[in-house]
Design a protein around this ligand. Structure first.
Ligand code: FES
Length: 277
């Protein structure tokens, strides 16, 4: 059992919790994630470690209340406990030691992007961050990303703040204006990561994405998190979650991500009706 120590509401649908997890905090590195279960019979969901504090033995998790389990999680308050928390899982992100990196984050994807931004900043990399959301009230962790970036651009799909358009459009504009980053790290909804890769492919810029497929065991045994990368089968939980975005089979990943839409809809209905699992 892991106790929730703090909770912060980032947007009407996004929450941040700080959880006591000394064993995970001791070993966590940027790019890694945990799998948690809220209740005894609950499903297991992966969440990226948005931050960790080795001294205090805590990890920070950010989640959007979109599904049954994240809604259950959203009902927990400080002093409540999470049934199981397994991690750190996955490979740490391969980050450059120098040069210029553009970090592109969309929606709740800014949370898993943040630890990479912090690490890049620590290494002295010139970091340009592009953070976007559908509207200004859905922008998360702006201050935290700003603190470790040399430059920060805010984008909104509806134009309510900053650049009016997608983060991939902003990146395209920057590249057209002569920016020459060594690498791009893009994390967010799948269409956003795919669009970003389409922009950088033209310029031959290495682009890392973080895949977030359905996961069950998180240890490479069940095959649920299968993704095809460069024509080879990879498991996001043990071979990722970060992959070269230019080599990902996006169409297959999208199909697999939507496999259980109907069941998810039913579970959400149950959640609305007060079901527990
Ligand atoms: S979650 Fe089962 S193989 Fe990755």
């Amino acid at each position: 059992m892991n106790q929730i120590l703090k909770k912060r509401v980032l947007t009407p649908v996004t929450k941040e919790i700080v959880v006591s997890a000394p064993h995970i905090a001791r070993k966590a590195q940027p790019g890694q994630f945990v799998i948690l279960r809220v209740s005894e019979q609950g499903e297991r969901i992966p969440l990226t470690i948005a931050d960790y504090n080795r001294e205090e033995g805590t990890i920070t998790l950010v989640y959007q209340e979109v599904g049954f389990t994240t809604k259950l999680l959203g009902k927990l308050e400080p002093n409540d406990t999470i049934m199981d928390l397994a991690g750190p899982l996955g490979l740490p992100a391969e980050l450059p030691e120098k040069g210029c990196v553009v970090a592109v984050g969309g929606g709740v994807g800014v949370a898993p992007l943040l630890p990479k931004c912090k690490e890049l900043h620590k290494r002295g990399v010139n970091l340009i961050s592009i953070v976007g959301a559908r509207s200004s009230d859905l922008i998360i962790l702006e201050q935290e990303v700003k603190e470790c970036s040399d430059e920060l651009c805010i984008c909104t799909d509806d134009g309510s703040r900053g650049f009016h358009g997608f983060v991939s459009d902003k990146l395209k504009q920057m590249l057209e204006n002569g920016l020459k980053p060594d690498e791009v790290v893009a994390i967010g909804p799948m269409p956003m990561m795919k669009a970003t890769c389409n922009v950088t492919r033209e310029y031959g810029i290495k682009t890392w994405v973080s895949m977030n497929p359905i996961m069950v065991d998180g240890t490479g045994m069940c095959g649920a998190c299968r993704v095809t990368v460069a024509g080879e089968t990879k498991f996001a939980c043990v071979d990722g979650p970060m992959f070269d975005g230019h080599l990902v089979d996006w169409d297959e990943a999208w199909r697999r991500a939507n496999t259980y839409r109907e069941q998810e809809k039913c579970a959400n209905e149950r959640c609305r009706c007060g079901g527990e699992h």
